[in-house]
Design a binder for this molecule. Structure first.
Ligand code: PNS
Length: 180
């Protein structure tokens, strides 16, 4: 990575700086819906990388509470302020999503040791398939118990989730789960 320097002899020349690569990473997931835990990881990735893709997996065998388009709209809304996050749906292998967009790194949050076993398997498989790297970010302890499934369960029974999800998501949950 090129850095700016006060020393003219160390500064990159024009042609070199024009070739500075864009550092891209992807935060993949189901995001049904995005939680404060996801948002924390995306925010931290957006500080480390020039461009962060949020990849929303399309799973045709599992009907979510929100459609993929609804999830994407919510993620757009709550990540807009970061300025370098784009949101896309994907179907198939994550490594193909990465290859098509020249993304060398997957960023994942690790909430607890229990996440590690499966995440390690996926990271090793993905690396073996195309060489893509996975970087694990320790989840903020405030969100170590948090998952989309638990949020949906609590919200379904009328529990308060306002401290667990961004406000647009809380509103969307309230509307979707409102009793007729
Ligand atoms: O939010 P989730 O459901 O825990 O996210 C899981 C996800 C989407 C990251 C994972 O299932 C995935 O990468 N699926 C894409 C299919 C794939 O590439 N499978 C091989 C993984 S080794």
């Amino acid at each position: 990575m090129l850095t700016s320097s006060g020393d003219a002899s160390q500064a990159p020349d024009r042609s070199e700086s024009e070739e500075t690569p864009v550092r891209r990473a992807v935060c993949p997931g189901s995001f049904d819906p995005i939680t404060n835990g996801h948002l924390d990881i995306i925010a931290r990735a957006s500080k480390l990388y020039d461009s962060v893709y949020v990849a929303v997996m399309i799973n045709n065998s599992k009907r979510g509470l929100f459609s993929v388009d609804e999830r994407i709209d919510l993620i757009h809304e709550v990540t807009a302020a970061f300025g370098n996050v784009r949101v896309e749906a994907f179907h198939g292998l994550l490594v193909d999503f990465c290859k098509d967009r020249d993304i060398p790194a997957i960023v994942k949050g690790l909430r607890a040791v229990s996440d590690f076993d499966y995440e390690l398997q996926m990271a090793q498989m993905n690396n073996g398939l195309t060489g893509v790297e996975t970087l694990f970010v320790p989840t903020n302890p405030t969100y170590s118990f948090l998952s989309s499934s638990l949020v949906k369960e609590v919200a379904t029974w009328g529990g308060d989730v306002s401290h667990l999800v961004p406000e647009p998501v809380r509103r969307a949950l309230a509307t979707r789960l409102a009793k007729p």
